[in-house]
Design a protein around this ligand. Structure first.
Ligand code: C5P
Length: 225
């Protein structure tokens, strides 16, 4: 039985405005995608399936000879489903991880924490970190936005990846063919209990130019190649 990690990397990455899909942007001598895959393989994951835009399949396969590369879909959830189909056809899987390529600096310990929780019996496991800012709910008004309420941040978690699933739970979560910003959202909608384990600040998502600068600084300051 094996642990397989699915990496949806087929987004356009328009918020980064780097001129090419985010996963293929350089991050200190390697693409964001290569760095993400390296983190996965350092965590003793047995196989990696990556979804990329159709015109980048050959480039991705050349960069990632140890990975199975598939064509992604129009939405993140569709890209994940393309990876699930490939993974379940090729491997005898007991834990499926789903990891955003954009969380390229995720430490191996976080992968292990999520896998251990699935192996301990949780059908769906996500990493979460406490929210530090004060949060306000707003609505349009007053020529801009108007505060409706201050939200109790003590019950909130900012959710990261890798998200881990027992294979049957993930199949049930995606059976609806629905779309969500993460896979746990589909699991919740299917009535599957979702367990939160402590996340890691290094698993932040590279979304904006600011995040990319931060990732470069972190890599350069630790001398990682
Ligand atoms: O847009 P966002 O940053 O939330 O995307 C999260 C992840 O999903 C990224 O790694 C992105 O490449 C991936 N994605 C995908 N297929 C899409 C859209 C996003 O694989 N159609």
């Amino acid at each position: 039985m094996s642990t397989v990690c699915l990496i949806p990397a087929a987004g356009a990455g328009t918020r980064l405005a780097a001129g090419r899909p985010k996963a293929f942007v350089d991050l200190v001598g390697q693409t964001i995608l290569e760095r993400a895959v390296r983190g996965v393989l350092d965590a003793d994951v047995d196989a990696v399936v990556v979804a990329v835009p159709a015109d980048l399949v050959s480039e991705a396969q050349a960069l990632l000879p140890d990975c199975h590369v598939v064509v992604g879909g129009a939405e993140r959830s569709a890209s994940v489903r393309a990876c699930i189909t490939a993974a379940t056809a090729s491997f005898d899987v007991d834990v499926i991880l789903i990891h955003d390529a954009a969380r390229a600096l995720t430490p191996p310990d976080l992968f292990r924490r999520v896998v251990d929780a699935v192996r301990a019996g949780a059908p769906a496991v996500i990493p979460g970190v406490p929210v530090t800012d004060t949060l306000k709910a707003v609505e349009p008004g007053g020529g801009g936005e108007r505060v409706v309420a201050t939200v109790d941040r003590s019950v909130l978690r900012a959710v990261q990846t890798p998200q881990g699933f027992a294979p049957d739970a993930l199949a049930r979560a995606h059976a609806s063919g629905g779309h969500a910003t993460d896979d746990a959202g589909l699991a919740e909608a299917a009535g599957i209990p979702v367990t939160v384990v402590p996340g890691d600040l290094m698993a932040f998502k590279i979304t904006t130019e600011w995040d990319l600068r931060l990732a470069r600084m972190l890599l350069e300051s630790t001398g990682v190649r």
